[in-house]
Design a protein around this ligand. Structure first.
Ligand SMILES: C[S@@+](CC[C@H](N)C(=O)[O-])C[C@H]1O[C@@H](n2cnc3c(N)ncnc32)[C@H](O)[C@@H]1O
Length: 231
């Protein structure tokens, strides 16, 4: 990764930790109760970024927390910023969501917060289904079309032509995905993201033997969180 992009990514991760701390103070997450009842022992945060979502889980019964991200810097940031976290049950690995280096049915809980939009989603969902225990849960946050429409509006207001192009391309890619069932791929698409409507997601979940149990708006900016189990 070029040095400038790496710097931006590290800044992004640091800002996500700060946002998480703000959110944690005021947000009642309706899925957390169901997840806690599951008493997960092994947790995977896929596309973990700074790994802040793993910080929600500190019960003594938890044996292992894994943060996996395609960017190696992710876990490093967690350690630097949370040097006082001292949680030896948390490890970070460099891995693509489409090829997870874990045995089948290994995790009781998989978290994937706004990382699926960047992955080949059908493949990543199949991988998640593979590593999820039979009674396990997936807490998945995706972007809806509204997320990109709001971003387009913001960038227009900022009069940023370069910034404006990105959400337009992502939105157009999402429409293509919606209409054809084929997710854009190739060099041009690398690093770009797509939305998922409920029907797009349901199709991919069903194909992987998963089903949505409940859903709710995530943080009010066009994100949506689904609590998912095995069908
Ligand atoms: C928008 S960030 C979300 C990070 C974190 N989940 C959060 O909630 O702050 C998306 C993350 O997905 C990671 N990512 C993108 N493509 C990936 C892939 N194919 N496999 C694993 N991680 C990926 C990125 O490196 C980035 O850290």
């Amino acid at each position: 990764m070029p040095e400038e992009s790496q710097k931006e990514y590290l800044e992004y991760l640091a800002s996500e930790i700060a946002l998480f701390e703000g959110r944690a103070a005021k947000l009642a997450d309706p899925s957390l109760e169901q997840v806690r009842q599951l008493s997960p022992k092994r947790i995977l945060d896929l596309g973990c970024g700074a790994g802040q979502e793993l910080m929600k889980f500190n019960d003594d019964s938890i044996e292992l927390k894994v943060g996996a991200d395609i960017q190696f810097a992710a876990g490093e940031v967690f350690r630097k910023l949370r040097s006082n976290a001292g949680d030896d049950r948390a490890i970070f690995i460099n891995s693509a969501g489409e090829h997870l280096p874990f045995p089948a049915e290994f995790f009781d809980l998989v978290i994937c917060r706004v990382a699926l939009p960047y992955m080949n989603s059908a493949t990543a969902i199949r991988e998640i289904a593979r590593v999820l225990a039979p009674s396990g849960l997936l807490l998945l946050t995706i972007h809806t079309p509204k997320f990109y429409l709001l971003m387009i509006r913001r960038r227009l207001a900022e009069m940023s032509l370069k910034g404006f192009a990105y959400p337009v391309i992502c939105f157009a890619g999402g429409v293509f995905f919606l209409l054809t069932g084929k997710q854009p791929a190739g060099n041009f698409w690398k690093g770009k993201e797509t939305f998922h409507t409920r029907s797009m997601l349901t199709r991919e979940l069903n194909a992987a033997g998963l089903r949505a149990i409940s859903e709710f708006d995530a943080e009010g900016a066009g994100g949506r969180t689904y609590l998912i189990g095995k069908a």
